[in-house]
Design a protein around this ligand. Sequence first.
Ligand SMILES: CC(C)(COP(=O)(O)OP(=O)(O)OC[C@H]1O[C@@H](n2cnc3c(N)ncnc32)[C@H](O)[C@@H]1OP(=O)(O)O)[C@@H](O)C(=O)NCCC(=O)NCCS
Length: 176
Amino acid sequence: MLVRNATTFDSEAMRNVYRSAFDASESDITAELAISLLSESADEEIISLLAQRDDQVLGHVCFSPVHALEHSNWLGYLLAPLAVMATAQHAGIGSQLVRAGLAKLAEREVNMVLVYGDPDYYARFGFTALDAANCLPPYLLQYPMAWQAIVLREHSAHSAGLQIRCVPALMEPELW
Ligand SMILES: CC(C)(COP(=O)(O)OP(=O)(O)OC[C@H]1O[C@@H](n2cnc3c(N)ncnc32)[C@H](O)[C@@H]1OP(=O)(O)O)[C@@H](O)C(=O)NCCC(=O)NCCS
């Protein structure tokens, strides 16, 4: 399995992955999010990774930077979205993509990686709701226990509390 950076040339292949992984009510909005994150400004340092076997794209994950309003020297990343083609699930591809992204972030000056997703899935990577407890998302969440984090580098803001702001593509209320 090859894991590589996604480019705008991969948009259609990514759309296929999201259409296959999500049901119709969610697939378009999630695919559009993944594609618009590809075109967010380069200096945002977005990590967009594809899993590919032979010529077929089987999975995608994105990690985009989040900033804290009152702590300019704090840097977080949000994992979203993530999908693996339905026919390729349960083969470790999702885990490989998440771990590849976390490894890249561990090399940067990143304090925290956040995710809003099923704890039964994300706990295996070390995400916990406890680590995200002092980090306020941009909108009120329907499932607060799904808001989880991994602390990569301690920061005094983690105990003080943080109000975070995402890149523009993720500031849409319907995504939360
Ligand atoms: C979640 C997803 C990316 C996992 O991809 P994957 O390649 O199948 O993941 P892995 O093979 O690394 O891990 C699979 C394990 O995760 C578990 N898993 C998958 N989705 C899960 C979920 N929502 N909650 C809990 N466990 C989940 C499976 O039970 C599986 O365990 P098993 O192989 O022992 O049966 C994939 O199922 C998917 O695309 N789902 C639809 C889109 C989605 O929900 N994206 C995440 C949004 S937060």
